[in-house]
Design a protein. Structure first.
Length: 293
């Protein structure tokens, strides 16, 4: 049965199909044709024989017609059987789409990445070589502007580098990812927040919590942006009420439905306390860390 880590990686590519193509082109240096649209299509790669093959995810690139296919496989451990079925995935998809096709293997382990990158001899002079994206290949997305441009890549970056030895840098990658996912829909935002935090080492989590909002100015700018929304939305009821409403909405997005006690704590907070909550919002791992100002 697929693990949570396996499904988490797949979710990013399912939510943003073009991510697979852009990683192959920009990170792994592979040729990808021009396209206008990327779609997730059926991952059933069964041929006319009784054998059944099902890949993790298949992305089809279009430019008026099908121009490229990408089989995405999340591989968390060595499985020698895959070296026999991966070529079948590619050839069956090529026959279905009638266009060039490749395989992208995504893994959370450098040792698995090294294994997956080995050439597969098919017989004669034919060989099969997949594209492989290991943790060290994933770009470090540190700038918030870059994270906002591609939230799924920012989350993948946090998942890949959250346990790096440079804990301060890992925390900056996580903070950039958090700043991007808050703007997404509530379901994706909450799920991505969980993925980011759970991917951090204890040291990186501590570094994230203790980041100075003035040193990482974009964090406080982000908080002030939503506090300002609260001022506008709540002028009729008072500035503090407007700010409290926005803080409650953001906390619900990140941590899920708020308890009655939590809502009372927010509603009774002063403007200064609400500002502190806003500054703590992105780096906090729990609701309690935000509310205990």
């Amino acid at each position: 049965m697929p693990s949570q880590l396996h499904e988490s990686h797949l979710l990013l590519f399912r939510n943003q199909p073009a991510l697979a193509a852009e990683l192959i082109r920009a990170v792994l240096g592979g040729p990808v044709p021009a396209y206008r649209e990327a779609r997730v299509i059926s991952a059933e790669l069964t041929d006319i024989q009784p054998a059944e093959y099902r890949a993790d995810l298949v992305v089809q690139l279009f430019d008026g017609k099908s121009v490229f296919g990408i089989v995405v496989e999340v591989q968390l451990s060595v499985d020698e059987r895959k070296r026999f079925v991966w070529p079948a995935y590619v050839t069956n998809l090529r026959a279905r789409l009638e266009c060039p096709v490749c395989l992208l293997v995504v893994t959370a382990s450098e040792s698995v990445a090294k294994w997956a990158a080995m050439r597969v001899p098919l017989g004669g002079e034919s060989q099969f070589v997949p594209y492989v994206l290991g943790p060290s290949s994933v770009p470090e997305v540190i700038e918030p502007t870059d994270a906002h441009t591609n939230p799924e890549l920012a989350v993948l970056s946090a998942m890949a580098h959250g346990k790096d030895d440079d804990t301060a840098r890992a925390a900056r990658v996580a903070l950039a990812a958090q700043s991007a996912v808050v703007a997404l829909d509530a379901d994706r935002s909450k799920l991505y927040f969980d993925l980011i935090v759970s991917s951090l080492s204890e040291a990186a989590r501590h570094a994230l919590k203790s980041m100075d909002a003035q040193k990482y100015e974009y964090q406080s700018d982000f908080a002030r942006h939503y506090v300002a929304e609260g001022v506008t939305a709540g002028r009729a009821e008072g500035e503090a009420t407007g700010r409290a409403a926005i803080v409650a909405r953001l906390l619900t997005t990140k941590f899920g439905p708020l308890s009655t006690d939590a809502r009372k704590r927010i509603q009774s907070a002063s403007i200064a306390e609400l500002e502190t909550m806003g500054d703590r919002l992105l780096s906090a791992a729990t609701l309690q860390e935000v509310l205990l100002v």
